[in-house]
Design a protein around this ligand. Structure first.
Ligand code: PEP
Length: 250
């Protein structure tokens, strides 16, 4: 059985004080959550203090990005073991905003994913198509190619620690969510690709999150789909009440 994973991607929002306030609100309203995993991914500057606040709580800490090298002359970069050092369990790799604004490609995503795994982090690897790609009927081959590209030389054993997030680019931050049926169809295609790469048993263990304008009013339907195993949430993760409602999906 796959345990659903709900992760909040705070993007370029929240000071340390604002992050503390949000996390305090989440912890207060969380209750007992044993049948789902919860992750928050604050900006780098808030990781250390929030890692301290989240220690021994049911909320795991994740980072939004990682570099593929462990040390060296790479100004501005942060290495996997540094993220572990401040309490991270997860790290997002290949978010479409990193692909769009910071030059990530399937090859660099693959290097970062390997570095994350080697450094003891669980990568959340994002894939997703643009609007023109969807409109031209290319969504599925493009997304499954991103899955294959990101997972080059990842073993079946390593795959157990990988989460995939299907995030159609046109749905991110737009309020324009994929229908539950369209999202399920893409998740099934991703899982079929995993079956081809790793066999059925391994493929069935991988959690595939949906991301793209997930909100309190659409989360239940999305999460009811058989291959949707959680959500990667941007905007609606920035307020405790909306993120708590998403965490407590039915
Ligand atoms: C995201 O940042 O990964 C995301 C899905 O954002 P939003 O929920 O705001 O669409």
């Amino acid at each position: 059985m796959r345990i659903p994973i709900i992760a909040g991607n705070w993007k370029l929002y929240k000071t340390v004080a604002e992050g503390r306030e949000l996390v305090t609100g989440l912890l207060a309203g969380l209750g007992a959550v044993t049948d789902r995993e919860v992750v928050v991914c604050p900006p780098y500057t808030a990781l250390f203090p929030l890692g301290e606040l989240l220690a021994n709580t049911p909320i795991a800490l994740g980072a939004q990005e990682v570099f593929s090298e462990t040390q060296g002359a790479f100004t501005g970069a942060v290495a996997p073991q540094m993220l572990r050092d401040v309490g991270c369990t997860y790290v997002i790799v290949g978010h479409s905003e990193r692909r769009q604004f910071f030059g990530d490609t399937d090859a660099t995503v693959n290097r970062k994913l390997h570095a994350a795994l080697a450094g003891g982090l669980r990568p959340i690897m994002c894939v997703g198509e643009s609007k023109p790609q969807r409109d031209s009927g290319q969504a599925e081959p493009i997304v499954t190619a991103q899955v294959r590209g990101g997972l080059v030389n990842v073993s079946a054993e390593q795959l157990l620690n990988v989460v995939i997030a299907y995030e159609p680019i046109w749905a991110i931050g737009t309020g324009d969510t994929a229908t539950a049926a369209d999202a399920q169809a893409m998740h099934a295609a991703i899982r079929a690709t995993l079956v081809e790469l790793y066999g059925d048993e391994a493929a069935q263990t991988v959690r595939i999150q949906y991301g793209g304008s997930v909100k309190p009013d659409n989360v239940d339907e999305l999460m009811s789909q058989p291959d949707i195993d959680g959500a990667l949430v941007g905007g609606a993760s920035l307020k405790a009440d909306s993120f708590l409602r998403i965490i407590h999906f039915q």
